[in-house]
Design a protein around this ligand. Sequence first.
Ligand SMILES: O=P(O)(O)OC[C@H]1O[C@H](OP(=O)(O)OP(=O)(O)O)[C@H](O)[C@@H]1O
Ligand SMILES: O=c1cc[nH]c(=O)[nH]1
Ligand SMILES: [Mg+2]
Length: 219
Amino acid sequence: MHVHHLLEKNSIANTFISQLRDINLQTDRMRFRRNIERLGEIMGYELSKNFNFSEKEVQTPLGQAKIQLPQEELVICSILRAGLPLHTGLLNYFDAADNSFISAYRHHPNNDEEFEILVEYLASPSLEGKTLILADPMLATGRSFVNVLKALEKMGTPKVIHLVSVIGATEGIEYLETVFPENSHLWIATIDEKLNERGYIVPGLGDAGDLCFGSKMQH
Ligand SMILES: O=P(O)(O)OC[C@H]1O[C@H](OP(=O)(O)OP(=O)(O)O)[C@H](O)[C@@H]1O
Ligand SMILES: O=c1cc[nH]c(=O)[nH]1
Ligand SMILES: [Mg+2]
C-alpha cells in the first residue's frame, strides 16, 4: 500500500484540520461537515494525478484544443455515517462517478472498551475492473476499512483501490498494509500516534459521526 500523507507539506489543508480538531470550533456542525468535504475535494484532486489519461480534442469557438482526460471507471464508496461529507467532496470533483454506500458501526455488546464492527447495509454497482475510492474520515484500528473490504468482495475485484481518510492512527495504517492489495493507495490528511483504550484516536478529534450528525442511541 502506498501511503500519501497530505500534511507532510504545509498547505491550506492545515487550517481545515485545525478547525476539525478544535473543541471550540467543531461544535459548528455545518463547518465540521464542510471541512471534511473540503478535504475530500483536495484529496480527490491529489489522487487524480494517479489516473490513466488519454488525449482528446475539444472544439472551442476558435479552433481545436488537445487535452489529456482521465480514463478511469470510478466508483466512490463511503462508509456510513461519517463517510458522507467526504463522499460529497469527492463527488464534487468526480461528478460522473458511480457510487456505493456501505454501513459500518461499532457495536458494544458488553462494555465500552470491547466492540465489534457490524456491516449491515450495502448498495453498490459491480466493482470488477473499476477504480474504487473508499472513503471514511477516521482510520482508528482499521477494522472498519477491513470489514468493508471483505463485504465488498462479492461485488467483484477492483483494478485499484484508493482509500481516503482524514485522520489515521499509525496502528490502523499498519494493519491496513497487511490486508489491502499492494497496489492500493491510502490518501490520509494527517497521522496521529495513539489510540486510547476505547479505540479512539488521540489527539484525534472525537467522534466524527456524532460531530457531523449528532449522537446516536446505542441499541
Ligand atoms: O478504524 P476503526 O477502529 O474501525 O474506526 C473508525 C470508524 O469508526 C467510526 O465509525 P462509527 O462506528 O463511530 O460509526 P459512525 O460513522 O456511524 O459514527 C468512523 O467513522 C470509522 O468508520
Ligand atoms: O477517534 C475516532 C475513532 C473512531 N471513530 C471516530 O469517529 N473517532
Ligand atoms: Mg461514530
